[in-house]
Design a protein around this ligand. Structure first.
Ligand SMILES: Cc1ncc(C[n+]2csc(CCOP(=O)(O)OP(=O)(O)O)c2C)c(N)n1
Ligand SMILES: CC(=O)[C@@H](O)[C@H](O)COP(=O)(O)O
Ligand SMILES: [Mg+2]
Length: 626
């Protein structure tokens, strides 16, 4: 698509936006949408959600006095228009790239990013905190939380509503951006409830007539809302959920009708106390391929903007998530106790494979990681073997659920942590780098990290047979290309690693898929005249002490490599083992240091952190005195 933008480059702040006439604002939104599509085609990101929030972002910056007023975007994956409006039009070309701007709001990146994001369901609590602080400090600023229907399913969002609803005076607007979608189809009772409110023909016809009759002054708007609620109670035969929590409920309004949005936001502007505006949007709005397959276009990768053809890498090894997904289906066929649990990531972790074949044996519980773990614990306590798959970074939300509800109770829940290690372009909020250190501290928990596809498959089988809490972590992306599909299952000895290569100068100790690049480095070190023995631990916990004893007795120099944080990580555990046993060994640990890792390709980030193939080679040569 040729770049032909008349208005796009005239806006470099919300101040410029406010100078546009309503008609120009509409045209500007069209250009915004086109620019987002063009850019995401060559530099991928979260396309569909951002397309759905173009008018919303424009209307908010048009009506509110940002950055004095604060807009908190939940998750932050829908903020591309917001970023472009707030002075990052050129920088948008660099989004999610090393050294470029983030794909999510970042407070350090812009004064307009009132709160950083990446994880879901945060916005109401954070915005309520800001609104409360403004009240305490006597500042008259407005605070708005924008939260999607998917993110509203998270417990934290309800905690925020519960708390904020009890505060009569605090000036907080929650905008519920409802597109009936999370990444996949929205799920749960809330989805049905929102659908009922937004599609009740009688209520909406009545509301539209009433709103049309009356001019939208705050006083009259409140009258509309009260009258609307009375009808809603009659029509929907129940009170409004948000009204019950003491939020004034407005809407639903069409989130792509700029005029209606601006009018409504202006009319609501001076109404005090907690209030919620229900906005209906279409995920992928304005780009037909995205509107038609909203799940795929959530984050589609590169594509041809003219044809909508996605440019997917062809061939190559299977993704780890697909090894998980297909193996889970096999295990479910093998054992009637096996069920799948996912907090709103069925396509992300490929549990949709089981979901398609055995819908009754698979549960998408909404964006609710804590609940997913405790629900799994309940299933396990009553005789099932749940495979609960949670991205490593999102599992951080369920730390106590793992400890209290699974580990202490010694329940056979298989916790599969996808996206372990550095994930790449999503950046600092999404790297799965704390899991081994954090969960390594939990007594009795088995933590395994496969090095390749057949090992992931065998570990899932081993976990099914173990009868105890079992965690398996593996990375984003593709495997090593080893045969796995249809191979016979092998039960692996728990807590036992293996020696992959023998040598005499240096011991290399690795865990998980980081061992593959390390193995290549070892090969090159051997070619350079350094004899390396490579040990793959396979289990973060329990550590294979027999294997470490062999390494400790034979070598004075040990290099460890892990795709996780070094503080409390596997390298530290190995060094502690040698120290405690009085071995005469010097350990050098490679992994992620005590710092935040930003966005970039995984290869770039691994190199920066110092544990890619080159870095391991350097460490091996240095350990051998070369
Ligand atoms: C705690 C947490 N769990 C899961 C995710 C992954 N995730 C990102 S966006 C999303 C769906 C959000 O749905 P919604 O809020 O309705 O926004 P939409 O994508 O529909 O615009 C999910 C599940 C996340 N970011 N944070
Ligand atoms: C915004 C968000 O949290 C998800 O969309 C995440 O970016 C998905 O990551 P994957 O691309 O690794 O599935
Ligand atoms: Mg949604």
């Amino acid at each position: 698509m040729a770049e032909n933008f008349e208005l796009l480059h005239t806006v470099s702040s919300p101040r410029d936006l406010k100078k546009l006439s309503p008609e120009e604002l509409r045209r500007y939104c069209d250009e915004l949408r086109r620019y987002i599509i063009d850019q995401c085609a060559v530099n991928p990101g979260h396309l569909a959600s951002s397309l759905g929030a173009v008018e919303l972002a424009a209307a908010l910056h048009y009506v509110y006095d940002t950055p004095e007023d604060k807009i908190v975007w939940d998750v932050g994956h829908q903020t591309y228009a917001h970023k472009i409006i707030t002075g990052r039009c050129e920088a948008f070309r660099t989004k999610r790239r090393l050294g470029g701007i983030s794909g999510f709001p970042r407070m350090a990146e812009s004064e307009y990013d009132a709160f950083g994001g990446g994880h879901a369901s945060v916005s109401i609590s954070a915005a309520f905190g800001m609104a409360k602080a403004a009240e305490l400090r006597g500042e008259r600023r407005k605070v708005v939380a924008v939260i999607g229907d998917g993110s509203m399913t998270g417990g934290l969002a309800f905690e925020g509503l519960n708390n904020a609803g009890a505060s009569k005076r605090t000036d907080l607007l929650v905008i519920l951006n409802d597109n009936h979608m999370a990444i996949d189809q929205a799920t749960g009772a809330l989805k049905n409830y929102l659908l009922k409110i937004s599609t009740s023909v009688h209520y909406n016809r009545f509301k539209q007539r009433l709103w049309g009759l009356l001019s939208h002054t705050p006083r009259l708007l409140r009258l509309c809302q009260q009258a609307g609620n009375a009808v809603k109670q009659g029509v929907l035969n129940k009170s409004n959920l948000f009204e019950s929590l003491n939020f004034r409920y407005f809407g639903p309004v069409d989130g792509h009708n700029l005029g209606e949005l601006v009018r409504t936001l202006r009319a609501m502007h001076d109404i005090e106390g907690p209030k919620l505006l229900h906005v209906m949007t279409v995920k992928g709005k304005g780009y037909l391929p995205a509107e038609h397959d909203q799940s795929v276009w959530h984050a589609p990768g590169c594509f041809n903007p003219d044809t909508g053809e996605r440019i997917a890498p062809k061939g190559g090894p299977a993704r780890y998530q697909d090894v998980f997904g297909e193996t889970l289906l096999e295990l479910a066929r093998l054992d009637a106790r096996v069920v799948g649990v996912t907090p709103a990531m069925p396509s992300g972790c490929s549990m949709n494979i089981l979901m398609r074949e055995m819908p009754d044996r698979c549960f998408d519980v909404g964006i609710a990681e804590g609940h997913a773990v405790t629900f799994s614990a309940g299933l396990a306590a009553a005789g099932m073997v749940p495979f609960c798959n949670i991205y490593s970074t999102f599992m951080q939300r369920a730390y106590d659920n793992v400890i209290h509800d699974v580990a202490i109770q010694d329940l056979p829940v298989v916790m599969c942590l996808d996206r372990g290690g550095l994930v790449g372009e999503d950046g600092v909020t999404h790297h799965g780098v704390f899991d081994m250190a954090a969960f390594g501290a939990v007594p009795g928990l088995v933590i395994a990290a496969p090095m390749n596809e057949p090992e992931l498959r065998d570990l899932m089988y081993t976990a099914l047979r173990s009868g105890h809490p079992f965690m398996i972590r593996y990375p984003r992306g593709c495997g090593e290309g080893l045969p796995w599909r249809g191979e016979a299952f092998r039960e692996l000895p728990v807590g036992r690693g293996r020696r992959l290569r023998d040598g005499s100068d240096v011991a290399l100790v690795t865990v998980g898929t980081a061992g593959n690049a390390a193995a290549r480095a070892a090969e090159r070190a051997v070619e350079a005249g350094v004899s390396v023995a490579h040990y793959d631990l396979r289990f973060v916990k329990p550590l294979d002490e027999a294997l470490l004893d062999e390494a400790g007795r034979r070598f004075r120099r040990v290099v460890t490599v892990e795709d996780g944080c070094l503080r409390g990580g596997v390298g530290e555990a190995v060094a502690a083992f040698f120290n405690a046993g009085g071995y005469d060994v010097r350990v050098r640990s490679l992994g992620i240091g005590d710092e935040w890792v930003e966005h970039g390709t995984p290869a770039q980030l691994q190199a920066l952190c110092g544990y890619d193939e080159e870095a391991v080679l350097r460490a091996l040569l240095a350990a051998a005195g070369k």
